[in-house]
Ligand binder design. Structure first.
Ligand SMILES: CC(C)[C@H](C(=O)O)[C@@H](O)C(=O)O
Ligand code: SF4
Length: 469
């Protein structure tokens, strides 16, 4: 019997396909359902109105992250009434449905895409959904993980399935060796710079190649987190020894009794030799310099030693116009070296770059420095676990000695929903994933960078080519 070689996406798809009604989207089985306070209230409401119970409460893990202030006193008494309502509603909904929720004062609390891996909740081969676009993060484990809308959240809660059209497959192959000062964040930005924010439309991306295999699990999470910014439905990295080692012993990982069977199954998941992808993109890791975005879309990105581009540098009228409007919004002049661009704020955090590895990389650069005059720098761990681990290594002290603020976990200044935000016109070096207009506060200007780049920027007051430090 000859079997057609399959991609990892096709294998996960086939093993989760439940049914397809004539003329309708296929139904996929959902293994894991992640939740936060912003996108679930109407779903619970709908479920209640239709008198349906949650089908499998063990498939759900919830946290509070988006509306959560990162200053301790504000967490005790939430200053924003809308955020307070979302938080209270989430607590109530989880109580009523007997769901596990990492409340604000729990040592498990943090950003959903940071706490879920910490507990080993998502395993290779699982279909994982959440009412949040950065669910793609969990593709780092070789899980098919993607964001869904609120009505779909209700559908999954009620049925444990999701109507879903099959995506095309894209292989992004990054071979060669990354320079020690470039990171997974730089790979992600370089890929988006190459394919554009619509480049992955309609596709699930599998990241492969030597440079991806060489990444830590944290690095793979950073990369998959940003797959969505390249337009893809999801990002995937094949599971390997690093994946198994990361999961082993974690609370929701398979127990010792089932471990060998689980690993044997996970080993069957990587794309077969000869599997055909609809699209293939190749990059050379050695050519990826530390990146910094200059515009209002993640594809508007350059190497830190380059200059702000001009509309004439782009080959389509659409891109030239987008360049001009980005320059206007960002208050930048074409031709300015990126390293001359001064910042007011530095944000180290978000589900892209707020894990221990990110804090170590930033602390290595921040150590012995002082935040430049006029700059505010905040370090926001992705979870209490990260905070605790970082503090055990003295990382909090390194940042505070350098004049940074050391905060409680949450989405924080990744998006302006919790009190952490820029004032109009302020410019920020940010380790998050989106630099859209107003993303970090109305009129705020965001430049996306890696953690080490953020730390160097805080000390200098302007962007720095960390390769010259
Ligand atoms: C609030 C939520 C729906 C949103 C998302 O889907 O990504 C947020 O997490 C973001 O990063 O913009
Ligand atoms: S940290 Fe940012 S990108 Fe991640 S879930 Fe929160 S708001 Fe979304």
């Amino acid at each position: 019997m000859s079997t057609q070689p399959k991609t990892m996406y096709e294998k996960i798809w086939d093993s989760h396909f439940v049914h397809q009604e004539e003329g309708q989207a296929p139904l996929l089985y959902v293994d894991r359902h992640l939740m936060h306070e912003v996108t679930s209230p109407q779903a619970f409401e709908g479920l209640k109105l239709s008198g349906r119970p949650v089908r499998n409460k063990h498939s759900i893990l919830a946290t509070l992250d988006h509306c959560v202030p990162t200053k301790m006193l504000d967490r005790i008494n939430l200053p924003d009434p809308i955020g307070a309502k979302q938080v209270a509603t989430m607590i109530q909904n989880c109580k009523e449905n007997d769901l596990e929720l990492y409340e604000m004062d729990s040592q498990n609390n943090g950003i959903i895409h940071v706490v879920v891996p910490e507990h080993g909740f998502v395993h290779p081969g699982m279909v994982t959904v959440c009412g949040d676009s950065h669910t793609a993060t969990h593709g780092a484990f070789g899980a098919l993980a993607f964001g869904i809308g609120t009505s779909e959240v209700e559908h999954v809660m009620a049925t444990q399935t999701l109507p879903q059209m099959k995506s095309k497959t894209m292989l992004v192959k990054v071979d060669g060796e990354l320079s020690p000062l470039s990171t997974a964040k730089d790979i992600a930005l370089a890929i988006i710079g190459k394919i554009g924010t619509a480049g992955g439309n309609g596709h699930v991306i599998e990241f492969g190649g030597e440079a991806i295999r060489a990444l830590s699990m944290e690095g793979r999470m950073t990369l998959c987190n940003m797959a969505i910014e390249g337009g893809a439905r999801a990002g995937l990295v094949a599971p390997d020894e690093k994946t198994y080692a990361f999961l082993e012993g974690k609370e929701y990982a398979p127990s010792a009794e089932y471990w060998d069977d689980a690993v044997a199954y996970w080993k069957s998941l990587p794309s077969d030799d000869g599997a055909v992808f609809d699209t293939v993109v190749e990059l050379d890791a050695a050519e990826i310099a530390p990146q910094v975005t200059w515009g209002t879309s993640p594809e508007q990105v350059v190497a830190v030693n380059a200059s702000v581009p001009a509309p004439a540098d782009f080959d389509t009228a659409g891109k030239a116009n987008a360049c001009q409007s980005a320059l206007d919004y960002m208050g930048l002049e074409a031709g300015t070296p990126m390293t001359d661009v001064k910042v007011d704020y530095v944000f180290l955090g978000s589900c892209t770059n707020s894990r221990l590895e990110d804090f170590r990389a930033a602390a290595a650069v921040a150590k012995g420095t002082k935040v430049a005059d006029g700059v505010t720098a905040i370090a926001v761990p992705g979870s209490y676990q990260v905070k605790k681990d970082a503090e055990a290594e003295g990382i909090d002290k390194i940042f505070m000695d350098a004049g940074w603020e050391w905060r409680e976990p949450g989405c924080s200044m990744c998006l302006a929903m919790n009190g952490d935000q820029l004032k109009p016109g302020e410019r920020c070096a940010s380790t998050s994933n989106r630099n859209f207009e107003g993303r970090q506060g109305k009129g705020g200007r965001t430049h996306l960078v890696s953690p080490a780049m953020a730390a160097a920027t805080a000390a200098a007051g302007h962007f720095v080519d960390i390769r010259t430090l």
